[in-house]
Write a protein that binds this ligand. Structure first.
Ligand SMILES: *Cc1c(COP(=O)(O)O)cnc(C)c1O
Length: 371
């Protein structure tokens, strides 16, 4: 059949030419070091620190184990204030630590945790705040830190979307007590699966390094009930190769982002989210809100795109607070979360990835224009 086009998904993973990965594999086969903080693991930690502009970073097998371990590293317990407008792993990491999530509503412009609403949710049990730099758009880090300082709370950023993002002070990852990255296949920078904790000092990194290796300090000493969170040499080697192409990846994403903004400018009822805090953005998602004055409802537009083999995604619908393991919490009600509830009902993330073809993007834009 002629003219059969492949479906367009919200993202497609970046994969360098296979032959460029072979020399890394050869080195692993020669050295026979497969994991446990081997040479590629050490090199990737160093190169990522340099690239991201951070002091210390501990690689992990994925972002979720990194989140769970970060909470362990800071001995967080009791209640943690977080956003319902995220991927479930954010809150799941709290439940895996026996911590009670307390959902606070989001800001209508950034869709990040609303600093104005945090204080009212603090109780004597609150120990930390876990915000998300949603879509890679920076949170109001200064105001969040001020609240945390006033109440003696830790701040752990779920920065899974925020690889390479900078605000006026440099890397966004240098804010809070810890930041967590994900290198999952769907993220801007991928190592197939992977993640990292960014930490401010060597001592904290050492504790995290022990925790990700069962709590081992040496052959005979175990200091904590650690987990196995180590990134393998295979993933680390792949990360080193990916890092060589990351600037080109971000540049291509920027071009696609700009083209959507131009193409959708002035369309009644379509609001393209604006990154307000970013000096350097990563264009990891292209979120639009489908508002009441658009001729189609959100789900109708989502379906129309689907009927045309375009698989946009409704990130983040449903809200985390709607899932069965959360919806009984006092903070999980729609009355407590009106802004997040509205955003979840209006959001669509459009396809954005480096090899998205111009003609495909034009088709997506014209489908939205002609509704
Ligand atoms: C992807 C993601 C995670 C989980 O990361 P994994 O590496 O897939 O475990 C956590 N939080 C957010 C906001 C994410 O988007």
């Amino acid at each position: 059949m002629a003219n059969v086009k492949k479906p367009i998904y919200v993202t497609e993973p970046v994969l360098p030419p296979l032959e460029e990965f072979i020399p890394y594999l050869q080195e692993i086969w020669d050295k026979k070091i497969l994991t446990n903080g081997g040479p590629f693991h050490q090199q990737l930690e160093k190169e990522l620190c340099d690239y991201l502009g951070v002091e210390h970073l501990a690689l992990f097998t994925n972002g979720t184990i990194a989140l769970i371990t970060a909470l362990q590293a800071l001995r967080i317990s009791g209640e943690v204030i977080t956003t319902p407008y995220s991927f479930v792993a954010t809150s799941h990491s709290l439940l895996w630590n026996g911590i009670k999530p307390v959902f606070v509503d989001i800001d209508p412009h950034t869709l990040n945790l609303d600093p104005d609403k945090i204080e009212a949710a603090i109780t004597p049990q609150t120990t930390a705040i876990m915000p998300v730099h949603c879509y890679g758009h920076p949170c109001d880090v200064d105001r969040i830190q001020k609240i945390a300082d006033n109440y003696g709370l830790k701040v752990i950023y779920d920065a899974a979307h925020a690889f390479g993002v900078q605000n006026n002070d440099g890397s966004i990852l240098n804010h809070g007590d810890l930041s967590i990255l994900s290198f999952h296949a769907t993220k801007v920078f991928n190592t197939f699966e992977g993640g990292a904790i960014v930490c401010p000092d060597a001592k904290t990194k050492q504790r995290i390094d022990h925790l990700k290796n069962f709590g081992f300090v040496n052959e005979v000493t175990v200091v904590a009930p650690g987990i196995n969170g180590k990134m393998s040499e295979l993933n680390a080697a792949f990360g080193l190769l990916q890092l060589k192409g990351i600037d080109e990846v971000l540049q291509k994403r920027k071009v696609i982002d700009n083209k959507y903004r131009e193409g959708l400018a002035g369309v009644k009822g379509i609001h393209c989210l604006v990154d307000e805090g970013g000096q350097v953005a990563n264009y990891s998602y292209f979120p639009i809100l489908i508002q009441a004055d658009y001729p189609l409802g959100r789900d109708a537009l989502y379906q129309k795109l689907k009927d045309n083999d375009i698989y946009a995604r409704r990130y983040f619908y449903p809200l985390i607070s709607e899932f069965p393991m959360y919806r009984g919490l006092p903070s999980a009600t729609q009355a407590n979360l009106p802004v997040a509830t509205k955003a979840a009902n209006q959001i669509i993330c459009l396809p954005i990835y480096p090899i998205l073809e111009a003609s495909d993007q034009e088709k997506i834009i014209s489908l939205i224009l002609t509704s």
